[in-house]
Design a protein around this ligand. Sequence first.
Ligand SMILES: *Cc1c(COP(=O)(O)O)cnc(C)c1O
Length: 387
Amino acid sequence: MTASPAPAPVRFLDLAAQQARLGADLRRRIDAVLAHGQFILGPEVGQLEAALAARAGVAQCVAVSSGTDALQIALMAEGIGPGDAVFLPAFTYTATAEVALVLGATPVFVDVDPATFQIDPAHLERRIAAVKAAGRLRPRAVIGVDLFGQPAPWEALGAIGAREDLFLLDDCAQGYGARLGGRPLGGFGHAAAASFFPAKPLGCYGDGGALLTDSAERAALYRSLRTHGEGASRYEVLRIGMNGRLDTIQAAVLLAKLPHFDAELAAREQVARFYDGRLAGLVRIPARVAGATSAWAVYAILLADGAAREAVRAGLAAEGVPSAIYYPKPLHHQPAYAAVHDGAALPVAEDLAGRILALPIHPDLSAADLARVTGAVARALGRAEAA
Ligand SMILES: *Cc1c(COP(=O)(O)O)cnc(C)c1O
């Protein structure tokens, strides 16, 4: 008997399959940009902005060079800087906190909810009260992160933000496409920052991002800031800005992808349901945010502890199933932020970082792939228990 060859590994992200699905439209749109040659702020950028705003149900969209730059431009437009406190969850990607520090402001880390992993509004209130009592920093902004594609608790954040007169920014990098109470993300908070990094639910083929807002004033500032603070004419410099524009070619890629986005979101939801069904009795599956849909940027399970996670990760790898850890450290434990952190305990973020594990989730996973993923998790857990 000959051993059958090991099947190809499951892919954590399958951009080749995605390209094949998009077909000729992708190349046609890129070719059109090559033909007209307006690589900076060509007509596709404006078309994309209109489409993204309409999808999100907001009046204004300003396409920018990345999700990180979207966050930074949003804070720059509010004049946030030294002496200002920007509240954000400790359990997120570094970009959320980085932009505050780049502008000289101070990130204040907030713990997250143990069920949904989203920022904990009760802890946010305590953190705001503590900052006010200490009197060193002025509370200015809250960045809610739609972690893993599920909405942050926008109703509670909106109430706290209004009461405390804070700028409310939605870090929608993982959540563009999700809904809360039937409304698409992008319209919660004063502005929302989306990312089109290739691995996000709506990804382009390079870096890209967008700002969404209902405020025409903010949108005008964002347009100025993304082009070096320019005024009505190109060489009038009104303020200090940055080079933060979205490339026309990336806009063309996103225009080709947008018609497929709803089907992709539905396919991600199907993957999540399959995983839920097979894994519910074995591990902690993702808790759904009430009244919401998810963009399923990440499907993360919780293992009993770090040793169980390592065992499952190794078992999956041995069966050709990739996994990833978002995030191995809460931000306040990262070297770059340790000196900024005020020492507050953030036990939930610390606990999650020690035992969370993300499984592959994207629209191009086959039924066989899904069965391989859940089978490998079950077998790895069986071995971990027997050991
Ligand atoms: C990816 C991501 C960003 C940054 O987006 P880029 O487009 O990579 O700059 C910001 N916040 C969160 C939560 C992200 O996941």
